[in-house]
Design a protein around this ligand. Structure first.
Ligand code: NAD
Length: 390
């Protein structure tokens, strides 16, 4: 069984799907790794590091697609909407494709992927169960993004983060507010704490209060209650506009007192709720920073411009996307660990074992045999339900 690792082609992408560390682990399951020349270079993994661990290097991208039974990528076509289309003619029927595919993105693109006949697995659809935890790439990347958001905030703020008692006087600590305490938000709280700032955090799901406090953050309690704030899978549910309006009103004061605001509030499959208005940004002190981790999905700040850093009356609003790619060594290592756990589920003793009884395989499978097969995705795009699934 050959697993191929093409070089990532999204502009500026520095991660790689598999790192040398997992090559011997995969070999134990009868999996050989084939890497496009230079695929890991920008993440800090030169070709020689792969060959040392037993992988093969091939000079040309098309050869990786032609020889591999399974293609692993970070950003497949779908999540790579700029250059990903070029991979479509390289995919073939019954080949497997694993990576970020943005399953709820574009119906046309998902159908285009399906039309190649490839059996594609979207890591975004990984169930959030204990058994699937080691394969949860969304959480891995969110961890990296949460960390990096704080580093960017600290680097942009014209103040020190920690309290310092010096001969030149006492420096008061920076005040950091995290809005949205999922995986990224919780990592941001931990990182901001480690850097010595005073951290407050808010989330619509009351269940996270204890998690915030255990990381040393102050949980901001707003006197409003969200209706069924959490769904069965642990995700936030969408609220009505009256709720968001009241939330903005109450959050305004906390935001005005913060030096750095990091927003990481998303509702899966929907545009991100606007929680920080232009008026709130105007109420912040000059030099303050907003780092909007939801920038790619419309942003939690009204002023956010995706991929840009703007300055509004002295307040920096940062909407950079794909932050995980800016920490490519460890982001790739974590992603590769996730994929290698998933591959070990799909390949047993060198043979493919696509067991549709397994919820992890069933839930993540996006396309197969020319069709979009994931029921939630079909429903989302209003495609008629499939009659039977093998
Ligand atoms: P996410 O990226 O979907 O959302 C980020 C956060 O934004 C969530 O905490 C959400 O409640 C919050 N949010 C949404 N709307 C908001 C609003 N209007 N105001 C304030 N906050 C708002 O989150 P995620 O990182 O994917 O995590 C979602 C949940 O899944 C968490 O409870 C997490 O612990 C859980 N999880 C479980 C597993 C597992 O069991 N294997 C793995 C990963 C995550």
């Amino acid at each position: 069984m050959i697993v191929g690792v093409p070089k990532e082609s999204f502009p500026g992408e520095r991660r790689v799907a598999l790192v040398p560390l997992v090559v011997p682990i995969l070999a134990k399951s009868g999996i050989e790794v084939l890497v496009e020349k230079g695929a890991g270079a920008e993440a800090g993994y030169p070709d020689a590091a792969y060959t040392e661990k037993g992988a093969k290097i091939v000079p040309d991208r098309a050869a990786v697609f032609a020889q591999a039974d399974i293609i692993t990528q970070v950003l497949c076509y779908g999540s790579n909407d700029r250059t990903g289309k070029a991979d479509i003619p390289l995919l073939r029927r019954n080949q497997l494709l694993i990576g970020f595919l943005r399953p709820f993105g574009s119906k046309e693109i998902v159908q285009e992927i399906a039309s190649t006949g490839v059996a594609s697995f979207s890591v975004e659809l990984m169930p959030r169960t204990t058994r699937a935890q080691s394969m949860d790439a969304l959480s891995s990347m969110a961890t990296v993004c949460g960390y990096k958001a704080v580093i960017i905030g600290a680097d942009t703020l014209p103040k020190l983060f920690p309290m310092m008692t010096t001969a030149a006087g006492t420096i008061t600590p920076a005040r950091v507010l995290i809005i949205g305490c999922g995986v990224a938000g919780l990592q941001a709280i931990a990182t901001a704490k480690r850097l010595g700032s005073v951290v407050s955090a808010y989330d619509v799901r009351p269940a996270v209060k204890e998690q915030v406090q255990s990381l040393g953050g102050r949980f901001v309690e707003l006197p409003i209650e969200a209706k069924d704030a959490q769904d069965a899978r642990g995700y936030a549910t969408a609220q009505d506009e009256a709720f968001y309006a009241r939330q903005r009103e109450l959050l305004g004061r906390v935001i005005a007192e913060s030096d750095v605001v990091i927003t990481a509030a998303v509702v899966p499959g929907r545009k991100s709720p606007v929680l920080v208005t232009a008026q709130m940004v105007q109420g912040m002190q000059p030099g303050s920073v907003v780092v909007d981790l939801a920038a790619e999905r419309g942003g939690n700040c009204e002023l956010t411009r995706s991929e840009e850093k703007i300055n509004v009356n002295g307040v920096n609003v940062i909407g950079w996307i794909n932050l995980a790619s800016t920490v490519p060594y460890h982001a790739s290592q974590m992603y590769a660990r996730n994929l290698s756990a998933f591959l070990q589920l799909l390949v047993k003793k060198g043979q493919l074992d696509v067991n549709m009884q397994d919820d992890i395989i069933r839930e993540t499978m996006l396309t197969r045999g020319g069709e979009v097969v994931q029921p939630r995705v079909r429903e989302f795009f209003q495609l008629p339900a499939l009659v039977a699934q093998s």
